[in-house]
Design a protein around this ligand. Structure first.
Ligand SMILES: Nc1nc2c(ncn2[C@@H]2O[C@H](COP(=O)(O)OP(=O)(O)OP(=O)(O)O)[C@@H](O)[C@H]2O)c(=O)[nH]1
Ligand SMILES: [Mg+2]
Length: 314
């Protein structure tokens, strides 16, 4: 595919086109990804997640600037949670990130989650692979840590930042979502607010109960709007990267991610083939009716459906 060569050579419009293919799951996407894959595996992938409005986008913006000062190129994926509630915030992001987008070393892409049901993590992983392949040194992914899907997206990262802020955000909510476990670095943003200190203390206390691993999750304070605490945060991100490398965790985690990715894609492919076959000859509808009439139980029906796969292979 010609666009692949051009994107690899640094053409931003070709890069944007590749990402659109991937997002739309268009036929060109698979071939493009196949050609790009050998070029991947070099980027530092950083996930930034946390409750709505804690300053994730502002922080990502500042982190990008600091990485640029350190001579690194940056790709940013903002996963937009389709709720109308966040529409305005996204617009704000655009304005804020305008200055960044003038910089050729930064590529920013917002991804809609609408209609990406279930496949969001797979699609995001593929967009990350594209940015990695074209040579971005750092790829940052911003997601709102609310639902299961967003947590999945956070797991695609090598290093995950969980961003909290005092006021508004309900910490208990966050803990319920299991977000504490996914943090490699905890950020208490809006440290200009008085309650930030108590929040940081509470987080440190909660983290002290976590089982010991080779990595002590730091709790760092930032004031993203004033560009404060950004340098120590980037230092911590680099520190976590070094930790992953020396412990061999970088490769181990990567293999686990690839394993999950293969299985997820295989699951999708199998289900698609099964549904195609079962719907074509009305088999699925027949099973549904049989179960509804209590002639079959759902387990047996599922087994009959799966046995269709053998027929397909034959
Ligand atoms: N006081 C204060 N406000 C901040 C700080 N950082 C960001 N904000 C403000 O907080 C609001 C939300 O910031 P965003 O960066 O859009 O937050 P977000 O987490 O990306 O929001 P969503 O993507 O909608 O979840 C904006 O009005 C920012 O200006 C900070 O350090 N201190
Ligand atoms: Mg945001």
């Amino acid at each position: 595919v010609e666009a692949v060569d051009r994107a690899l050579a640094g053409d931003r419009r070709a890069l944007a086109r590749l990402i659109t293919w991937v997002e739309n799951r268009s036929p060109e996407a698979r071939e493009a990804l196949r050609l790009l894959y050998p070029h991947t595996g070099r980027a530092r992938v950083v996930g930034v997640t946390g409750p709505p409005g804690t300053g994730k986008s502002t922080l990502v913006n500042q982190l990008a600037k600091e990485f640029r000062r350190r001579g690194q190129s940056v790709g940013i994926i903002a996963v937009d949670p389709s709720s109308p509630f966040t529409r305005g915030a996204l617009l704000g992001d655009r304005v804020r990130m305008q200055e960044l987008s003038q910089d050729q070393g930064v590529f920013i892409r917002s991804m809609a989650t609408r209609g990406a049901l279930g496949g969001l993590a797979e699609t995001t992983a593929e967009v990350m692979a594209v940015l990695d392949a074209v040579g971005k040194d750092v790829v940052m992914v911003e997601t709102v840590g609310a639902g299961q899907g967003e947590c999945e997206v956070a797991r695609l990262a090598q290093t995950t930042l969980v961003v909290e802020a005092p006021g508004g955000g309900d910490e208990i909510q966050v803990l319920k979502a299991g977000i504490l476990e996914i943090a490699d670095i905890y950020v208490v943003n809006k440290a200009d607010k008085e309650e930030a200190e108590a929040l940081a203390a509470e987080l440190s206390r909660l983290l002290s109960f976590a089982p010991a691993s080779g990595w002590q999750v730091p709790v760092l304070r930032t004031i993203a709007i004033q560009e404060m605490g950004i340098v120590p945060l980037v230092d911590a991100i680099e520190g976590h990267g070094a930790h992953l490398r020396v412990t061999g965790k970088l490769q181990a985690d990567e293999r686990e991610r690839v394993r999950q990715q293969i299985l997820a894609l295989a699951r999708q492919a199998i289900l698609a083939r099964l549904l195609e076959a079962a719907q074509a000859d009305g088999r699925l509808e027949a099973l549904v009716q049989a179960v509804a009439r209590r002639e079959l139980d759902p387990h047996t029906a599922a087994q009959r459906l799966v046995s269709l796969l053998k027929a397909l292979e034959a």
